[in-house]
Design a protein. Structure first.
Length: 280
């Protein structure tokens, strides 16, 4: 099965059909009955060594990659090999991803005492103290990134979003090589979840390369930057704008940050001096 076929299979399992009334016309409205495709959004519990840590609303596809990516981007795991086992189970009211992690990482997780239930739009819901809100961000090495590479990836993104094409309700996170060719894409109703799925997929393949970049179909928030830096991704390109805190975090991490990526135009919010400016 090719990567494209696999993506289409994943998309087919993450949608539901629902009857809708289609109303058309500004004068003399009329109604037509059709079947619409809806993106699935279900509770997904992340359970570490038998202890439920977070419940996320997510699209039920690529959940093993999601759990691994979330664990890495949230600092629950420092390395993928600290996860000994991972299993997705169907529960009465949703899905559970049960991870078995090292005793050292479990002890650190218990010490954090965080409750992240229901996070889809805000990355800091449930944080118990202000000191936990903005965690230290690791340094990364930003690759030289050309405008041509950004535009090439942007032009191809729609072709790698089968779930978005079917439902119009999901975000995507794509991994692109230095030339802007998309290598991997993951989709989810939540932008954070899509990026975590991509991070998990990259971790399973040995981690991100030093010359590639991530492209997301959303804004570049603080947490999107932080997740990329935590995964060792040195460049992030967003379709929408960056926040002020995201730019500050990119500067601190040495991450190349671009946004408002649209056909023929994009903004570079931060290009580290260590990243040689690529032409084109």
């Amino acid at each position: 099965m090719s990567a494209g076929d696999d993506a289409r299979v994943q998309a087919a399992t993450a949608v539901a059909r629902h009857p809708v009334e289609v109303q058309r016309g500004s004068n003399g409205w009329y109604t037509d009955a059709q079947q619409d495709l809806l993106a699935l959004e279900v509770p997904v519990a992340l359970v570490y060594n038998g202890i439920s840590h977070a419940v996320m609303m997510a699209t039920p596809a690529d959940l093993e990659e999601f759990a691994l990516g979330f664990s890495l981007s949230e600092g629950i795991l420092a390395h993928p090999h600290e996860c000994y086992d991972l299993e997705v189970r169907e529960e009465a009211r949703g899905l559970a991803v049960r991870l078995t992690i090292s005793s050292q990482r479990l002890a650190a997780l218990k010490a954090r005492r965080r409750n992240l239930a229901g996070r889809t739009g805000c990355g800091l819901c449930g944080t118990e103290a202000l000191e936990q809100a903005i965690r230290p961000i690791p340094e990364v090495t930003a690759p030289p990134l050309s405008g041509a590479a950004i535009q090439r990836a942007l032009a191809a993104l729609c072709d790698h979003q089968p779930l978005q094409a079917s439902t119009g309700a999901t975000h995507a996170a794509a991994w692109c090589d230095a030339g802007g060719r998309i290598q991997l894409t993951r989709e989810d109703v939540g932008r954070h979840n899509a990026l975590d799925k991509l991070i998990g997929a990259l971790a399973r393949r040995g981690g991100p390369s030093t010359d590639g970049f991530a492209l997301v179909s959303s804004r570049a928030s603080y947490e999107m930057v932080h997740k990329c830096a935590s995964a060792g991704i040195g460049a992030l390109v967003a379709v929408s704008a960056a926040t002020a805190l995201a730019v500050a975090q990119a500067q601190q991490a040495g991450l190349l940050l671009a946004g408002f990526a649209r056909p023929g135009r994009h903004l570079i919010y931060h290009r580290p001096v260590t990243a040689t400016r690529a032409q084109g």
